[in-house]
Design a protein around this ligand. Structure first.
Ligand code: FMN
Length: 217
């Protein structure tokens, strides 16, 4: 860790007075609270603060994790985009429970999210797909994500093939590509504090409301 990072950590340790303000926590839904933390992570200079781990479980009960980018958060859930034929997609559609994890090191914060997964609408996927660069749209067509690749040239050949195929036209949304939304039934906010006396609290939905409870660190 560089000296600068150490200094920043020292400054931010114990930050999060917000968590001690129970009234404020209770008046905020977890999505708004999450958005406040994400904005603070963006401001802190952390690279790719929207990157998160997504975990799935195979039919055999074997968990696996990988990083993806959070692209949207609203009052329904957390959205990321991927290939619907990928390993994660097969696992998430077989066992529809997912876990997301954010770690914002300089702020000494962690957010854990668990819940059910659903595909977002094709229209919403198409809107996002078309907002991406042409190169990234072609990349989505070319990559048979999670499948074995005999050599890199094969992937590059596929890029050239799709570049030619869609030359001078709008690139359509591949039917095997789109967004997933994780609809949380548990969100835990963790704020690092001195002497391991960290702050943890969880939101869980109960009778149309969010119930908030604290956990020991
Ligand atoms: C910072 C970061 C962000 C990533 N974002 C995405 C993403 O948004 N969507 C995606 O499909 N893969 C993303 N990846 C690649 C995945 O981690 C993973 O390699 C890929 O999705 C295949 O995973 P799977 O075989 O388990 O399905 C990202 C990787 C990193 C390191």
């Amino acid at each position: 860790m560089s000296l600068l990072s150490k200094i920043r950590c020292a400054f931010t340790l114990g930050q999060g007075l917000l968590l001690e303000n129970k009234a404020l926590i209770e008046s905020t839904n977890p999505f708004d609270f999450f958005s406040i933390w994400l904005k603070e992570a963006e401001k802190s200079g952390i690279i790719l603060p929207e990157s998160m781990s997504v975990s799935s479980v195979s039919a055999e009960g074997r968990p696996s994790s990988r990083m993806v980018l959070l692209k949207e958060v609203d009052n329904k859930g957390f959205v990321f985009f991927t290939n619907y034929n990928s390993r994660k997609a097969y696992e998430l559609e077989g066992n529809t429970y997912a876990a997301l994890l954010f770690h914002w090191n300089m702020l000494q914060r962690q957010v854990r999210i668990e819940g059910k997964i659903e595909r977002i609408s094709q229209q919403a996927s198409a809107e996002y797909f078309h907002s991406r660069s042409r190169g990234s749209q072609i990349g989505a067509w070319a990559s048979e994500q999670s499948q074995p690749l005999s050599n890199r040239q094969h992937l590059i050949d596929r890029v050239h093939y799709f570049e030619k195929k869609f030359k001078d036209q709008e690139i359509p949304l591949p039917e095997f590509w789109g967004g997933y939304r994780v609809i949380p039934d548990m969100i835990e906010f963790w704020q690092g504090k001195a002497d391991r006396l960290h702050d943890r609290f969880i939101y869980q939905p109960k009778s149309q409301k969010w119930e908030i409870s604290r956990l020991n660190p």
